[in-house]
Every structure is written in structure tokens, then in C-alpha cells.
Design a protein around this ligand. Structure first.
Ligand code: NDP
Length: 251
């Protein structure tokens, strides 16, 4: 029996759009109940209503700005609850722009949302998962985490963003080693360019020389999530949609 044939409750951050909404959809279709986290209440409510209607899943919405300590504390408490057997740390922001001109407050926020939040939510969830003998944590990083080692290589104006995603790769792989021998699974997913709102909402406009990366819109969020769930099924700690783990970590 595969891990997702015995569903529990999945807590998904950044579930109001894009890859997070697609995790919600695919997990609900596999029988999971959901706790969905994001700031945009109306988006979460609409998604929750759709999923309840089409799949029968129990879907809870947690409207929270993960950059705010009180909201993050609420989500930490939810991640630590007994029913949560899957945590998907998907929420992320970009902070795109020339590093020398970057607003330090924005850079701090990128570090917080992309690094601090998944770390503390994982810390909240793992002890209970160990006690209960079951649990999975998925961290959504990026191909840019492999700056230089995988296409498209390092891209300008994303130094801090790519750095945060590099953290998630190293964090997850090291935690996977620590948790080997326990029933827990951890996985980092490293999508390439994916057709979501990310590049609109985060001001990530093409810059000269990068049209090649942007002009085809990228892969579908559904393909990213399908690859992630399939990789979980086979126990891989690193999932690069479109590449095998060995190819990703050996290059
Ligand atoms: P979206 O912009 O569609 O999704 C981002 C999600 O994060 C939204 O649901 C947003 O919800 C949520 N979010 C952002 N800030 C906060 C916050 N402060 N508190 C709570 N939720 C927040 O883009 P994607 O689906 O593409 O992005 C999902 C993940 O995938 C990100 O981590 C991104 O780095 C990663 N990724 C994306 C790629 C791409 O090309 N699209 C490629 C590689 C990785 P709301 O605004 O409602 O709060």
C-alpha cells in the first residue's frame, strides 16, 4: 500500500493558487482531508467549496499571513495537531530585482516566508508525526536551488530567492538522513518554470536575455504535483519534475 492510499489530513501552505491549489486538488481526489493556508480568504473559500463538492473531502481554511508572527503561531499549532500526517510547505515569494537596489525589508520577508516558515512548521509537525509513527513533509523549492548545476543555471535578480530554495534542498536532504530509519518521509520538490500567478504577483518580469526561460509559460502545476506525489510513492527525497533524483543530485 502506498503512503497516500491511507490518507489523513494534509496541511498545505500557499493553497490559494498555483502549485498549492493543485496539491489540494490532487490530494482531495486521493481521499485526503485538507487544511488550506493563505492570505486570500475568498480564493481559499472558493477552492474549499469546489473540493468539498467534487471529492467529499473535509476542507478547512486557515486565512493567515505567514509573515505575521501571530498568524504563523496559529498555523504552527494546526501543523502540530494529531490529524496532520502530511505537511506541504509550498508558500513562497520572490523578491525579484537587482540585489544592490533591493529593499532590505523585502529581502527579510523573502527569507522569512521561504526559509523560516517552512522550518518552524516542519519543527511543529515532526514530533507528533514521530510519536504517531506516520508523517510526510514536502518542501517546495525550485530548480534555481541548483544554481549553475542544472538548467536554466543561475539567473540574475534572484540571488536571495535562489538562496532560500537552496536552503530548502539542503535542509530537506539533511533532515531525510536524520529521519532515515523512522517511518517519516521528507521530500523537496524543485520545479522549473511553472505556469502560475507567481511571475505576476511577485513582479517577476522577463529581463533581457531571459525570454527563452519565460516565453513558453513553463510546465503545468498539475505536472509538478503529479511528479511530487509519484516521487513520494517511491521514497525519493529530491524530486525534480522531469528529471530523476539521481540525475538531479549527481550533476
Ligand atoms: P503562486 O503565486 O500561485 O502561489 C504562491 C502561494 O503562496 C499563494 O497561494 C499565496 O497565497 C501564498 N503566499 C505568499 N505569501 C504568503 C504569506 N505571507 N502568507 C501566506 N501565504 C502566502 O505561485 P506558485 O504556485 O508558482 O508558487 C508556489 C511555490 O512554488 C513557491 O514556493 C514558489 O517559490 C515555488 N516555485 C514556483 C515556480 C514557478 O515558476 N511558478 C518554479 C519553482 C518553484 P496568498 O497570496 O493568498 O497569501
Amino acid at each position: 500500500m502506498t503512503w497516500y492510499q491511507t490518507p489523513g489530513t494534509a496541511l498545505v501552505t500557499g493553497a490559494s493558487s498555483g502549485i498549492g491549489a493543485e496539491y489540494a486538488r490532487q490530494l482531495a481526489e486521493r481521499g485526503w482531508d485538507l487544511a488550506l493556508v493563505a492570505r486570500r480568504a475568498e480564493r481559499l473559500t472558493a477552492l474549499a467549496d469546489r473540493l468539498r463538492e467534487h471529492t467529499g473531502a473535509a476542507v478547512e481554511t486557515l486565512v493567515a499571513d505567514l509573515a505575521r508572527p501571530a498568524d504563523l503561531a496559529r498555523v504552527e499549532a494546526r501543523a502540530a495537531a494529531d490529524d496532520v500526517t502530511l505537511l506541504v510547505n509550498n508558500a513562497g515569494i520572490n523578491g525579484y530585482g537587482p540585489f544592490a537596489e533591493a529593499d532590505p525589508a523585502l529581502l527579510t520577508k523573502v527569507l522569512h516566508v521561504n526559509v523560516v516558515v517552512p522550518t518552524v512548521l516542519t519543527r511543529a509537525a515532526v514530533p507528533g508525526m514521530l510519536t504517531r509513527g506516520r508523517g510526510t513533509v514536502v518542501n517546495v523549492a525550485s530548480l534555481l536551488a541548483f544554481a549553475g548545476d542544472l538548467p536554466p543555471g543561475p539567473l540574475p535578480h534572484r540571488a536571495v530567492y535562489a538562496g532560500t530554495k537552496g536552503f530548502l534542498v539542503t535542509f530537506t536532504r539533511t533532515l531525510a538522513a536524520e529521519l532515515a530509519g523512522t517511518p517519516l518521509h521528507v521530500q523537496v520538490v524543485c520545479p522549473g518554470l511553472t505556469a502560475t500567478e507567481f511571475h505576476l504577483t511577485s513582479g517577476d518580469a522577463p529581463v533581457p536575455g531571459e525570454e527563452r526561460v519565460h516565453d513558453d509559460g513553463g510546465m503545468a502545476a498539475s505536472d509538478v504535483v503529479t511528479a511530487s506525489l509519484a516521487a513520494l510513492d517511491s521514497g525519493e527525497a529530491v524530486c525534480v519534475p522531469g528529471l530523476r533524483e539521481a540525475e538531479a543530485v549527481d550533476r
